[in-house]
Design a protein. Structure first.
Length: 262
């Protein structure tokens, strides 16, 4: 039953995450936290590995099929900052988790921060037509923005989220679909650095390798389905999917905050 829950959540999360450019981890992590089927640390690791697999598959397939709309000027700088931020965010998470007798309580902190970040992103997305976007050209600022995105994604254990798309849309004037692809590359760098830090510093948590393999494979399958759907929708439809996904994430995180703090 545990493996079935993990597989179902993973597949549909990666379909939706790829369509919206969030990475599946932003749904996998809080959804599995809500079920309570495993410890928060194990869910974080499984989610991270799945996000790496699905993001890597999506990016490489897009490049191979020459469908890429990557911003080759800014995104490599953002990805570099995100990789460093991934290391920092994971260390911050360990420090926060150490403050609680029950480390699962750190899941409540993650839920609260993810709720706040997602709510702010939803408000921006609904009002972005009234806001004038920027066009950042300074490479140092691009690296700093990537660093902050990497810290947030790694601390939350999700790699990235809708805030990635919002940041790319506002600071770099990217349309939603272009921001979606570039967001996934940032997620890939951030989560890879974060997961490698976990393995090298404390080793893999105790988990069922069959569940890990199944989630990775279904993450790739979900990513492929999501990528194909993303090709067939326009920017308005992509934005509507993003807004719907954020409402779902907000609801799950409200539940998780109540669960972990009461």
């Amino acid at each position: 039953m545990v493996s079935l829950i993990c597989y179902i959540v993973t597949f549909f999360a990666c379909v939706l995450g790829t369509i919206c450019g969030m990475g599946g981890g932003i749904i996998i992590k809080p959804a599995l936290d809500a079920t309570g089927v495993m410890a928060v640390s194990v869910i974080t690791f499984l989610s991270g590995c799945t996000v790496i697999a699905m993001s890597c598959w999506n990016v490489t397939q897009t490049l191979r099929r020459k469908e890429s709309v990557l911003d080759l000027k800014n995104t490599p700088l953002l990805a570099l900052g995100a990789a460093v931020g991934g290391l920092m965010g994971k260390e911050i998470y360990h420090q926060v988790a150490g403050l609680f007798a029950d480390q699962n309580t750190a899941g409540g902190v993650q839920a609260g921060l993810l709720f706040t970040a997602t709510l702010a992103t939803l408000i921006y997305t609904c009002r972005k037509d009234k806001l004038k976007s920027k066009q950042i050209k300074n490479p140092v600022i691009s690296v700093v923005i990537g660093l902050l995105l990497g810290i947030l994604g790694a601390f939350l254990g999700i790699g990235g989220g809708p805030f990635n798309v919002a940041v790319l849309t506002y600071f770099f004037s990217m349309p939603t679909k272009k921001a979606t692809q570039n967001s996934l590359l940032i997620v890939l760098f951030s989560q890879t650095a974060s997961t490698l830090k976990t393995i090298l510093s404390s080793g893999m948590p105790a988990l069922d390798p069959i569940i890990l393999i199944g989630m990775v494979l279904l993450g790739i399958a979900g990513s492929e389905v999501g990528r194909r759907i993303n090709k067939r929708i326009d920017n308005r439809q992509a934005t509507l999917c993003l807004e719907g996904a954020m409402l779902l994430i907000l609801a799950i995180n409200v539940y998780n905050m109540v669960q972990f703090f009461t």
